[in-house]
Design a protein around this ligand. Structure first.
Ligand code: SF4
Length: 593
């Protein structure tokens, strides 16, 4: 079985392990081979071809988890497209943008999606996994063209070699934009615009930015920032557009509208590629997808393109039939029917009818009650008062109806969390969470992050750390505002399970505000639904049963979902289609019963 060994040099600490422990305990080394050796940089180096399975003992003995010995799928016979150094992350195969199509990339975080995009953009010249005299051996385009002969990628690299590919890229973490740019929305988009005034007007109108053009980039909301970033990407003259998580911070209505817009970009001269973890939107937006699988930080493999419908089902199944690779132990299943409401538990909090004036915004809530063990999804458009309602209960604002309840609050923007400090290490922030080793630290794979500061973390890592910090706090009510942002599909499902188990074990309750309908469906037992007019008035109703809550919410949006026959996952119906009309008539907008 082919194998690779990954050395995380920043973790390797030969003094701390008593002097190159792995070289001393490796059975291959003891047999006279130099599988593990002292490298020129003073850290360990590995000759992969000399390492055998029994050397796992050396890998496991490293006290700093600096080594990974990975068995690759036996079918993988070719060399990687790119490898970061001799014992670094390896990417196998590439996705290919196709003119006239929106192609999706679906896979875990840390599995090489950004590396693939950098190669496709011509920013990273791949080395085909070779190293010569310690130097990376970059492959010239002609060699790449030869390697991909007869495939879509051949034509793509020919165009890239001839300077005919211009890529425009929307990065993942849009909240970094205000740190890099000072000025108004108009100034930022004006700077990005290479397509003239008429296109500027059209794009800003389609993305509903016309009313905020004079506002400072530093004060607009996450959803507005996301749409500004999409507009800036689209206003560049390019023929390959790449969007890394274009749905974060957008509500479901905005997600569908952005999906329409991105689809409209693809024509015979333009290709669009999208990474997103909202499966409903990825399904709606793309025609083809590549699945990426492997091991986080170790290696990533790009599958052949599949039709989106089949590809998402394969992803949920966790098994790639053609490649004969199982990349998840269990398949992910969805229920066509709403979960049965759990018998009412002991009451945790009640609130009387609320009416609150917040500047020009009126927030009202009908009276409601939360029981111990409840995990309640909160659905509504952006700007409709969800966070204000949550903050009201959290006693963050002066007035509260939550009495003496102790509340743990994870805000939408992670840097606003009271435990956030860019200079603190993860270990410091999670001190109080160490008691939850089996419930939080191990399943969320937080231990390897302990030495890093919060400022060094990726979006997904920071989200996991802050959620763990908040769930570990002693409180009665837990409020998680958009916890799915930057988490991949697996992490979203895991987070659902952890949240439910934590509430059951603690006998507490949790409210979760999120726009990923699949995540909310998977996580929640009840729903609070917001209605009203964004920016003017918001009305909170519920908690309802899942079935009643989904129907109310989707009725307000005029959207219905059908079920995929195979996986039972929800899929958005085209407005006015037979299914859409039938479901509206029967009043079953989401669940079959
Ligand atoms: Fe020591 Fe681990 Fe580095 Fe080997 S990899 S030298 S065991 S710290």
């Amino acid at each position: 079985m082919p194998k690779i060994v990954i050395v995380e040099k920043e973790k390797c600490n030969p003094e701390g392990c008593g002097g190159f422990l792995c070289t001393r305990v490796s059975p291959s080394n003891r047999a006279g081979k130099e599988a593990f050796y002292k490298d020129e940089d003073g850290k360990v180096g590995v000759n992969e071809e000399l390492v055998s399975d029994i050397d796992r003992i050396a890998v496991n003995k490293c006290p700093f988890q600096a080594l990974k010995l990975i068995n690759l799928p036996s079918e993988l016979t070719e060399a990687p497209i790119h490898r970061y150094g001799k014992n670094g992350f390896a990417l196998y195969r590439l996705p290919v943008p196709i003119m006239g199509k929106v192609v999706g990339l679906l896979g875990r975080n840390g599995i090489g999606k950004s590396t693939a995009v950098k190669i496709l953009a011509g920013i990273l010249q791949p080395n085909l996994g070779r190293e010569r005299n310690g130097e990376e051996n970059k492959a010239p385009y002609d060699e790449l063209i030869e390697r991909f002969k007869g495939s879509e990628a051949q034509g793509y690299f020919e165009k890239l070699r001839d300077g005919k590919i211009v890529l425009s890229y929307k990065p993942q973490q849009v909240e970094h934009i205000p740190k890099a740019f000072k000025g108004s929305v108009r100034e930022l988009l004006g700077k990005a615009n290479e397509k003239g005034d008429a296109e500027f007007k059209r794009v800003t109108e389609v993305l509903q930015l016309a009313n905020i053009l004079e506002r400072d980039i530093g004060v607009i909301s996450g959803g507005e920032l996301q749409r500004v970033a999409i507009a800036a990407t689209v206003l560049k003259k390019a023929n390959v557009y790449f969007f890394d998580e274009p749905t974060s911070y957008l509500d479901i209505k905005q997600r569908i509208s952005v999906a329409h817009f991105l689809r409209s970009l693809a024509d015979e001269h333009t290709a669009v590629m999208v990474i997103d973890h909202d499966l409903i939107i990825l399904d709606y937006m793309t025609e083809l997808i590549h699945i990426m699988y492997g091991q986080e930080g170790g290696y990533g493999i790009v599958s052949q393109p599949k039709s989106t419908k089949a590809g998402i089902n394969v992803y949920l199944e966790g098994y790639l039939r053609e490649e004969n690779v199982r990349f998840r132990d269990q398949k992910v299943q969805f229920s066509v029917h709403a979960h049965d409401a759990r018998p009412s538990d002991e009451q945790l909090v009640t609130w009387p009818a609320i009416e609150k004036q917040l500047g020009n915004f009126t927030l009202t809530a009908s009276e409601g009650r939360i029981d111990k063990h409840d995990v309640i999804g909160v659905l509504g458009e952006n700007g409709i008062g969800k966070t204000s309602f949550v903050k009201t209960l959290a006693r963050i604002e002066a007035e509260t109806k939550a009495g003496a309840l102790k509340v743990s609050y994870k805000p939408q923007y992670l840097e606003e969390a009271d435990c956030f400090s860019a200079e603190k290490t993860v270990g410091e922030v999670l001190q109080h969470a160490l008691a939850y080793e089996h419930q939080l630290i191990a399943p969320l794979a937080l231990q390897p992050l302990f030495e890093k500061t919060l400022g060094q973390l990726s979006g997904g890592e920071l989200q996991r750390v802050i959620i763990a910090a908040k769930l570990a706090e002693e409180a009665d009510l837990y409020l998680l505002d958009e916890p799915s942002a930057y988490l991949d599909v697996e992490q979203r499902l895991l987070m659902s399970k952890i949240t439910r188990e934590m509430m059951a074990a603690k006998g507490k309750a949790c409210l979760v505000v999120d726009h990923d309908i699949l995540f909310i469906d998977y996580l929640s037992e009840k729903l609070i639904v917001f209605e009203g007019e964004p920016g003017k008035r918001g009305v909170a109703r519920g908690p309802f049963s899942m079935s009643e809550g989904m129907n109310r919410f989707l009725k307000g949006l005029n959207i219905t979902f059908r079920r995929d026959e195979e996986s039972h996952r929800p899929r958005v119906n085209k407005e006015g289609s037979v299914k859409d009309r039938e479901q509206k008539a029967s009043g079953k907008l989401y669940y079959a019963s």
